[in-house]
Write a protein that binds this ligand. Structure first.
Ligand code: UD1
Ligand code: CA
Length: 460
């Protein structure tokens, strides 16, 4: 539980030039959730709700994605660097009344809540004015280089661009992870002293280290070794590597809990997905958002599921696509099934290949096995929808409903022009265009009669 020792500031104002995107980098996703999602998640257990966010480039997209965090967003109109970003948020940080502020780059999605709480514990123990996390990765990339004096105390962080071996000596490999904890009352005096006199012409938050050391403040670096979880993500390649690390971890967690995953290296399971032991997946499949998969359910390869419920013993066959859908127990979908938002399949119902369902309920045991569109509909229990049946729900302006009772048989290639109601136990002749309601038990035929004309008699 958090104990109101520190607030947090997430730096998320930058563009992320190397992502070549019109949206801010921190909204780039790993397994369907944005970098910011992971950072917020890591912070919440220690920090609670006192999380401020610097937004700038593409701020409207960040607001749209996180409306619940919006009242603590601080706009950095021009992105003049991480030090400038901190300066923009400082008044609000002071107004929080807390003793410390944890500052974290928004592009560090693999950071765990444990890493955050361990860091805060270390700060609590030594009471430093400024602490930050360091790592020593195999490749120090472009990360800020950590400078220590002979006694081993940190004296500065120098950005890779500005690093001069003749001044600082050979690189040690220890770099800045971009996670800092600042004692608000003492760091206050340093903030105005950050300049932009460096190769990038930006205001660097990292200058605080040198400034604090010069004022004999207590500066500590918490060394986290070669932890890949603390590496910032700046390029598509780094994003892919982090996503792959996370993907393996999540699949491994489900495998250990009793989920069977074939080709587990290629299964993609988002962090919010829940899967019961005894469910069976075949990679490559993609499960995103708040999807849940119950015990005994089977998800075959090349299936993509977003925010949907798959109940016990249901089978989602290859190449199916589900979004905001609910699949009941013992149901079967696909191959090549498409469930769009609001599709509800009740127990034992079946959607076959090339059937699209939107905002429609299929009652218990109902079947649409081939090539259909069922939108804005209610299909009664036990009803069979013949191949090629279409609910014509849209007149170009408005959408209308089609209601079909239980145990009816809709012949192949039927067009149901909504609004229309077909009763229980009805038989609709194949090829009908149904524009009028059909009463319980009736036969509906709406097609012209076939006429066969002899071709030989015509010729003479
Ligand atoms: C930064 C550190 C570097 C460290 C690395 C760790 C500085 C100067 N350098 O470099 O020492 O090793 O992180 O990953 O801080 N941002 C803003 N406003 C701005 C600029 C950036 O909010 O004006 C945000 C970005 O959205 C990003 C974060 O700050 O989430 C870090 O910025 P970025 O440009 O990625 O810094 P690095 O060059 O990676
Ligand atoms: Ca970065």
């Amino acid at each position: 539980m958090h104990d109101s020792f520190a607030c947090a500031l997430v730096l998320a104002g930058g563009k992320g030039t190397r992502m070549h995107s019109e949206k801010p980098k921190v909204l780039k996703t790993l397994l369907g959730e944005s970098m910011l999602y992971y950072v917020y998640n890591a912070l919440r257990p220690s920090i609670g709700d006192d999380i401020f966010t610097i937004v700038g480039f593409g701020s409207e997209y960040v607001e749209e994605a996180y409306p619940e965090m919006k009242d603590k967003f601080v706009l950095q109109k021009e992105q003049l660097g991480t030090g400038h970003a901190l300066q923009q948020g400082w008044d609000q940080i002071k107004a929080s009344g807390l003793e410390y502020c944890l500052v974290i780059n928004g592009d560090t999605p693999l950071v765990s809540s444990k890493a955050v709480s361990d860091f805060l514990e270390a700060v609590k123990e030594d009471g430093a004015d400024l602490s930050f996390v360091t790592i020593t990765p195999k490749d120090p990339c472009q990360f800020g280089r950590v400078i220590r004096n002979k006694a081993g105390q940190v004296s500065a962080i120098v950005e890779a661009k500005d690093y001069d071996e003749s001044i600082y000596g050979p690189v040690t490999g220890e770099v800045n992870a971009g996670i800092y904890c600042l004692k608000i009352s003492t760091v206050d005096a340093l903030l105005g002293k950050i300049t932009n006199e460096n190769k990038s012409g930006e205001y660097y938050i990292t200058d605080l280290v040198d400034l604090a050391a010069q004022c004999d403040m207590a500066v500590t670096a918490v060394d986290c070794g070669d932890s890949v979880d603390l590496m910032g993500i700046n390029s598509p390649y780094e994003l892919a590597k982090a996503e792959s690390t996370l993907r393996m971890r999540i699949s491994e967690k489900w495998l250990r809990s009793g989920v069977i995953i074939h080709n587990w290296e290629s299964a993609v399971i988002g962090p919010l997905v829940q899967i019961e032991p005894g469910a069976e997946l075949t990679g490559p499949c993609e499960l995103y958002g708040k999807t849940t998969i119950a015990s005994g359910a089977v998800v075959q390869s090349h299936v993509r599921i977003l925010d949907s419920i798959v109940s016990e013993n249901a089978e989602i066959k290859a190449y199916s696509h589900l979004e905001d859908a609910k699949v009941g127990p013992e149901c079967s979908v696909g191959p090549y099934g498409r469930l769009r938002p609001g599709a509800i399949l009740e127990e034992g119902s079946k959607i076959g290949n090339f059937v699209e369902v939107k905002k429609a309920v299929l009652g218990k045991g109902a079947k649409a096995s081939h090539l259909s569109y069922l939108g804005d509909s209610e299909i009664g229990a036990g009803t069979n929808i013949g191949a090629g049946t279409i609910t014509c729900n849209y007149d170009g302006k408005n959408k209308f409903k089609t209601i079909i009772g239980a145990n009816s048989f809709i012949g192949s290639n039927t067009a149901l022009v909504a609004p229309v109601t077909v009763g229980e136990g009805v038989l609709i002749a194949a090829g009908s265009t149904i524009t009028k309601d059909v009463s319980d038990g009736d036969l509906g035929v709406a097609r012209s009669r076939q006429v066969n004309i002899s071709r030989t008699s015509q010729k003479s």
